[in-house]
Ligand binder design. Structure first.
Ligand code: SF4
Ligand code: SF4
Length: 509
């Protein structure tokens, strides 16, 4: 779920016709001071960070007058809440509260529909209160097909004990909030507290909205950078990884950097499949590692996607090992993962030991590819299969990290063609990559292994050199699956006549 900041949610509520206090987002103490003339002397300054219990952590402060605002704003803008720096504040008019209420609308997977909760009490600690006194909350499952009508809202608010004008004012907020929830395809929308002011207005004093990841692309107006549930602003690598996923519909690539900054050795973690990945993360932690990131490549991603995932993971600082382990029996073709890792390990190049569990479909081929094609690296790269448990693999990585003196000696380097590659034939690929050939080398090639290695069968020999047997346009629309086989087979036979370039915007530039 992609979260919105409070100020973003309040903008949406305002547009939907729900009252919110007058306010402004600022990024400096000077701007905070200048808002006071517009908002009045008494204001509240609220740190805009995705963390719970902001008030308890000192992230919400009241101020009277400009001389009060400046030091408080400076203090808040220097804070770290939930581990992340506060870089903006919402400065709002202080409101005299007569009564607090609670409103939540969320998708309840257990009933496969949205559910609305309304309580005549609200504010901090409300979850605990409602948990222990469920009779204080009115719950309604909402129809997926019919719009939420005024009489339904009035029935809920009446059940909560409201009558007369107050009933009408509050039920109108419920109708507007449900409409907003639907229009922005939210997974959850919470207003806590919803307040009645001393002068009789109904206002949303706080607001949390989370939008369904899969709906984000339909809502550019929300300005959501990354359709993921993050507890902090996205990091540079988070952004780069998200762009890779956004631009390649094949398989799934999920990446998030962690902010563990303890003394335990940090490793890059590469999972495949939810349950197996969780188990493997536990196995790594049990060996005393701290995880620099969580990555998942599953759903049969192409080798190019695994390559990009591994390159991004290896761009993290201070890692001492690379641990790949997910579902022990993945149904995806594991040679694609192996080829992606080989390319990433050779190009980066890898400087830490890697243990990768490639259990599943075609695991024998995958492990052989991984180990043989990286055997000349000065660091060990070990592949494991479905019979090897995540715990054993994590233990092995620990041994390798702790005992570089016991690493096996690297094998011989593949024969290299010293001459510069002269590109005289090539075509584009579906993710903006390119496959280039030096046909002058191909004339002398005895085996043309690139042809047989190309599983989609899009290459053929024409006058002794490999060419597409489809149009370049078809190759660029996905018939070239970016499996990397032509490049790797040619390279490891010493011909080195193919170069596949797979850009990763933001990482390479
Ligand atoms: S294996 Fe390499 S050198 Fe041989 S034909 Fe294919 S691309 Fe050319
Ligand atoms: S040309 Fe064939 S072997 Fe080479 S990357 Fe594309 S699909 Fe793979």
């Amino acid at each position: 779920m992609a979260r919105l900041h409070e100020y973003q949610g309040k903008n949406l509520l305002r547009q939907a016709g729900v009252g919110v206090p007058a306010g402004k987002v600022v990024k400096s103490a000077e701007d905070a001071v200048s808002t006071v003339s517009d908002l009045g002397e008494s204001v509240v300054l609220k740190a805009q960070v995705w963390t719970t219990s902001r008030a308890a952590q000192g992230g919400i402060r009241f101020a009277d007058g400009p001389e009060d605002v400046a030091p408080i704003a400076r203090e808040l803008l220097g804070l770290k809440l939930g581990g992340f720096p506060v870089d903006r504040l919402l400065v709002e008019q202080k409101v005299e509260i007569a009564r607090e209420m609670f409103l939540s609308i969320y998708v309840d997977d257990s009933v496969s529909r949205p559910v609305l909760l309304f309580a005549p009490i609200g504010g901090s600690g409300i979850e605990e209160i409602l948990g222990s006194s469920p009779d204080k909350v009115v719950r309604r499952e909402l129809s997926m097909l019919k719009s939420f009508r005024g009489h339904e809202a009035r029935s809920i608010v009446r059940q909560a004990g409201f009558r007369g004008k107050r009933l009408l004012a509050v039920s109108s907020v419920l109708v507007k909030a449900v409409k907003l929830f639907r229009s922005c395809e939210a997974r959850s929308l919470e207003i806590n507290p919803l307040v009645e002011t001393r002068d009789g207005r109904v206002l949303a004093l706080d607001c949390r909205i989370a939008v369904d990841d899969y709906a984000v692309f339909r809502h550019p107006e929300l300005g959501i950078e990354i359709a993921r549930e993050l507890s902090r602003p996205p990091s540079r690598l988070d952004r780069i990884a998200y762009d890779v996923e956004k631009n390649d519909y094949r398989g799934t690539f999920y990446f998030i950097e962690f902010d563990d900054d303890d003394d335990r050795p940090r490793i890059a973690f590469h999972g495949a499949g939810g349950g197996g990945s969780m188990m493997s993360m536990d196995a790594a932690k049990n060996e005393g590692f701290c995880l620099a990131n969580f990555t998942d490549t599953s759903g049969n991603p192409p080798a190019s996607k695994v390559y990009r995932a591994a390159r991004i993971m290896l761009a993290q600082s201070n890692i001492v090992g690379y641990f790949g382990s997910g579902s022990g029996v993945a149904s995806q073709e594991q040679y694609n993962s192996a080829r992606g890792l080989v390319k990433a390990f050779l190009e980066t190049p890898l400087t830490v030991p890697a243990v990768v569990r490639l259990g599943g479909n075609c695991e024998d081929e995958a492990v052989e590819l991984l180990e043989v094609y990286t055997s000349h690296l000065p660091v060990p790269v070990e592949g494991y299969k479905s019979d090897d448990s995540a715990a054993e693999c994590a233990q092995r990585l620990r041994e390798l990290v702790d005992h570089p003196d016991r690493w096996p000696l690297p094998g011989p380097k593949p024969r290299e063609n010293e001459a510069e590659l002269v590109v005289n034939y090539g075509f584009d690929t579906v993710t903006g990559g390119r496959v280039d050939f030096d046909h002058d080398r191909c004339f002398r090639c005895p085996e043309a292994v690139c042809i047989t290695a190309c599983r989609p069968g899009i290459l053929t020999l024409v006058d002794g050199v490999p060419r597409l047997k489809i149009t370049p346009r078809e190759a660029a629309r996905g018939k070239c699956t970016e499996c990397l086989a032509c490049e790797q087979e040619c390279f490891f036979r010493g011909e080195n006549a193919v170069c596949i370039t797979l850009p990763i915007p933001g990482l390479d530039t």
